[in-house]
Design a binder for this molecule. Structure first.
Ligand code: CAA
Ligand code: NAD
Length: 295
């Protein structure tokens, strides 16, 4: 923390406006948090439905604060007005920092980042919220990799303090400092980490998910595993419920990247539940069916 604050003091990039690409679970959360902490943000998606969902979620979270008497109605409206939902690339022009939060697919992310770089003013800080994909691989698509790094938030964004900032081989100190600064502005606790598949947290979390999936293939009851992890081991969520929260589609893509990077740690079993559910389009809470069903 001390180190991060010192770095932030030296950042000379002023973040007056941010943008996020993707209005899904993470993009919506990032937009909410930025607006809540006072930095206006443009939220861009390719689907109007996704924008509506993202805005709806932000209104719900803010509405709950008003209801509990933690926020006056005017502040709620002012906060909501700091999020600009859009389908239009031209609205990204004034952002000093952009967080890419589209699907966990290297080819899609590379195309999106290259396109952004081409059409934005020089000096815009580009970041990716990728869970697992190496920053250096994404940077290959860019002419100015020095302006790019990972900015990995955790789900749910409004509640999880950690943000991993991933330094690629060519990332400049200026970029890292600006991103640390923005993370602190969002009220988060940033850590700067080196690049590898899964960075720090998902290098630990995804082998745990893989171990859990193997247990299920071997006959363990997922709901009983969750109960033990939650009620006896004391974690807030067991692995099956957490996979539903993350999104099984996202977890499936992350598992692939991690298995390529660390085959020895990723106990892959044939017909593991993440692969089966991903193929059946049971994506977890986002479409109301995963390990569990949701109303
Ligand atoms: N979005 C926003 N706020 C939420 C929320 C959500 N999805 N879920 C709960 N909250 C809020 C509640 O509204 C409540 O707000 P107030 O304090 O203002 O009242 C607060 O959180 C506490 O809610 P609860 O009492 O219901 O929940 P809790 O105190 O037990 O904790 C939690 C909630 C912090 C999310 C906890 O359940 C937790 O730590 N879960 C584990 C989450 C986790 O491991 N995330 C990492 C996923 S992996 C990842 O993100 C990386 C990746 O790349 C895939
Ligand atoms: P999601 O499926 O909820 O949302 C993805 C959104 O991106 C969708 O709304 C989709 O319409 C949009 N999109 C796709 N292509 C686009 C494009 N070209 N331009 C703009 N928008 C586009 O996914 P998510 O869970 O929010 O994950 C997004 C990223 O964040 C992934 O890289 C994921 O690995 C990472 N991440 C996810 C979690 C998590 O727990 N879900 C946690 C940390 C990081």
């Amino acid at each position: 923390k001390g180190k991060a604050r010192k770095l932030a003091k030296h950042s000379d990039v002023e973040i007056k406006q941010a943008a996020v690409l993707g209005a899904g679970i993470m993009g919506g959360g990032i937009a909410y948090q930025s607006a809540y902490k006072g930095t206006p943000i443009v939220m861009k998606d390719i689907q109007q439905d996704a924008l509506d969902l993202g805005m709806g979620e932000a209104s719900k979270l803010l509405g709950a604060k008003v209801k509990r008497g933690h926020m006056p109605m005017e502040k709620m409206l002012a906060t909501l007005s700091k999020i600009k939902p859009t389908l239009n690339d031209a609205d990204l022009q004034n952002a000093n920092i952009i967080v890419e939060a589209v699907v966990e697919n290297p080819k899609v992310k590379q195309a999106v980042l290259a396109d952004l770089e081409k059409n934005l003013p020089e000096g815009t800080v580009l970041t990716s919220n990728t869970s697992t994909i190496c920053i250096d691989l994404l940077a290959e698509a860019l002419d100015k990799p020095e302006n790019f790094c990972g900015m990995h938030f955790f789900n749910p964004v409004p509640k999880m303090p950690l943000v991993e900032i991933i330094r690629g081989a060519k990332t400049s100190d200026k970029t890292i400092n600006a991103v640390v600064d923005y993370a602190l502005k969002l009220g988060k606790s940033p850590i700067v980490v080196n690049d590898c598949p899964g960075f720090f947290v998902n290098r630990v979390l995804f082998p745990y998910f893989a171990g859990f999936s193997k247990l299920v293939v071997e006959g363990a009851n997922f709901a009983k595993v969750d109960k033990v992890m939650e009620n006896v081991f004391g974690w807030p969520m067991g692995p099956a419920y957490l996979l539903d929260v993350v999104g099984i589609d996202t977890a499936y893509h992350c598992t692939g990247v991690m298995a390529d990077g660390f085959p020895e740690r990723m106990a892959r079993a044939e017909k593991d539940p993440v692969t089966v559910f991903a193929n059946e389009k049971r994506f977890g809470q986002k479409n109301k069916a995963g390990f569990y069903k949701y109303e």
